[in-house]
Design a protein around this ligand. Sequence first.
Ligand SMILES: [Fe+2]
Length: 350
Amino acid sequence: MEVNRRSFLATAALAAPAAFAGTDVSAAPSGKPLRVCVFSDIHYHPGVWTNTENTSFLEKIMARAERERCDMMIHLGDFMHGVRSPAQKAFLKLYNDFKIPGYHILGNHDQDGNPYKETCEAYRMPDGHYTFDKGGFRFVVADPNYFCNGPGKFIHHGSGNYFKRGKGSTINWIPPEQLEWMRATIVGSPYPCVVLSHQSFERAHCAPVMNKKDVQAIFNEANAKKPGTVRLVMNGHLHMDNLRVLDNILYWDVNSANYQYFAKAHSRYPADYVKTHRGAPHNIGWKEPLSAILTLWPNGRIKIEGAKSDWLFGVSPEDAGYPAYDEDGRETLPVIKSADMTFAYSGVRP
Ligand SMILES: [Fe+2]
């Protein structure tokens, strides 16, 4: 299939020695690596989205994490649309109580059905933004789920308020206090940092964080003081797979575990399926769940073992009349690319 061939070529291109400035893909690893199972935007919503009628997608990803002996798991937001029904509570419990510690990042939809503090409590998060140190790395969880209704008026998403926000409001802000917290947490970190967020800090289009330049300035300030402090910045949200090196930092757009969303409905899925998944006409689903195994070495090596699936019911975006590429030129594909690269900091080869 054309799509699979393209996916393979994309994977092969990234797995081969890359011409990234400041990288050395041949360097041998040293020190103990940390292994993380990464997935995003699983959007558990039974009766609505594709592949959420049961827990099988989540279970397959957890089984991979176990098989790959991961130290931890990260979900990059939009885990579900509220924690109210017994089914939602059971889905969350499955992940929260798993033997491998799993971390949450709040997405724009996670608090659709609850106040945001209630969501944090259910997700066992101290707040929307928080930090933890693990295996010699500092993980900094940012929370841009604020809309702005005028200068200084930042309101956190909660109980679906974001659907009723005012006409002049703008979305995806890191409020000033959180920026200060990020600066203190990152610049003062004794460990290399991995920054996690649902929305993108690097995209030009498709609703990135509004004040992303302020956030990038913090990363660059930290790296100017101590090279290699911010190494990897990851996000979900757009259900796309992309790797970009900017200012010697790897920015990773992590694909959805489940599907791509399109506002216009299509009619390519079987009528029986649509009866039990009423949002499916807005989805182009994957056949199998997507996740990645991320391995981080202290010396600057970053390895991503991705995954490749196929289209649910064989229907691609093009088959359903949608554009394959978004405004940033990123393509909807049932793929997370693999990559293996080692970054050099201060011009010193590891
Ligand atoms: Fe999202």
